[in-house]
Design a protein around this ligand. Structure first.
Ligand code: NAP
Length: 298
């Protein structure tokens, strides 16, 4: 298939490009800068320079492609997320670029849209499992961009077109967030939010890449995509082991956690998310877990 992908130079986008090319697809990565072109070509795809906020420019880039995939994100690292303006770029990408992408994909004649989304919109569900039908906890204004993005995907899925929204688990691997967490763990500094008995659902980058390939086999809908959920206490131990630290990663004290605000508060939620729907519909399986030795170098 001919697939155009936005965010192709990012952590998620590069993994998706590589997995799609390996699966035999003809892939075009979209970047806003000339310096992004060699990154995309290095993963075996062609590159087009386009503005992700400009529907007409995007429609030009998407023409001739069967599928459009959107992996754009700009997530602030660690406690930088506390700064009021830290999420401005990420918000704009979801509120404006994702909408322009969905509209341009329809205008250019693409038949399928695959949109990256997140499990962090689910409410804290304690030790109970979370399926796609659990109502989202998105009443706060902070979630408006992600809700608008979902709506744009649903709008795309009319006139016989397919929209697949992937609610990805917390990414881990070689990215800046995980590298930051491993560094803090080595230094003995606190890095984790939430409680040790709360759940976390992780997704290794390489498995995120193959999920975008599997999404080509899914019908329109929302799908959770993550590995086997574990407790945050278990994750603290796994981080400690992978970091080669003398003990597990440390949690922020309760007093600090009480002050993190809406955005980072999502990281405190207990999210025991089931990916059964996606696995049974597409055959996708996660292959790298937090107890897989050397996961931060893969
Ligand atoms: N579910 C999750 O846990 C989740 C999901 C997504 C990301 N993350 C984490 O967030 C961190 C950053 O992810 P990432 O590396 O993919 O993001 P990134 O590098 O900040 O952005 C990805 C791509 O989006 C484009 N982009 C970013 N900001 C833009 C802007 N203002 N205007 C236009 N295009 C823009 C860039 O492409 P060009 O510069 O080539 O145009 C960039 O390469 C990673 O640590 C990742 O693991 C986590």
């Amino acid at each position: 298939m001919r697939i155009a992908i936005t965010g192709a130079t990012g952590v998620l986008g590069q993994e998706a490009v590589e997995a799609l090319v390996a699966a035999g697809h003809e892939v075009t990565g979209i970047t806003r800068r000339d310096s992004g072109v060699p990154i995309i070509e290095g993963r075996g795809a062609s590159a087009i320079v386009a503005d992700v906020f400009d529907q007409a420019d995007l429609a030009r880039a998407f023409r001739g492609h069967d599928v459009v995939m959107n992996t754009l994100a700009h997530v602030p690292v660690g406690m930088a997320g506390l700064r009021p303006l830290a999420w401005r770029e990420d918000d704009r990408l979801h509120l404006e670029a994702s909408v322009a992408i969905a509209k341009a994909a329809a205008e250019a004649g693409a038949r399928r849209l695959v949109q990256e989304s997140s499990i962090f919109m689910y409410p804290d569900n304690g030790t109970d499992w979370i399926g796609e039908d659990l109502p989202l906890s998105v009443r706060n204004q902070a979630f408006r961009p992600r809700v608008r993005e979902m709506r744009a995907a649903v709008d795309f899925a009319t006139a016989g077109r397919t929209a697949v929204v992937l609610r990805l688990g917390q990414l881990f691997g070689r990215d800046q967030h995980t590298t930051h967490a491993l560094r803090a763990t080595r230094a003995g500094d606190p890095i984790l939010l939430g409680r040790p008995d709360g759940y976390i659902t992780l997704l290794h980058h390489s498995d995120a890449g193959t999920a975008f390939v599997a999404a080509l086999r899914a019908g329109s809908g929302f799908y959770n995509v993550g590995g086997e959920p574990i407790t945050r206490g278990r994750w603290a131990k796994d981080l400690g082991t992978e970091a080669g630290a003398s003990g597990p990663a440390k949690f922020y004290p309760e007093i600090t956690q009480a002050l993190v605000g809406t955005r980072l508060d999502t990281q405190r939620r207990s999210l025991r998310v089931s990916s059964l729907r996606f696995m049974s519909e597409t055959g996708w399986r996660p292959t790298v877990g937090p107890s897989t030795k050397g996961w931060s170098r893969r």
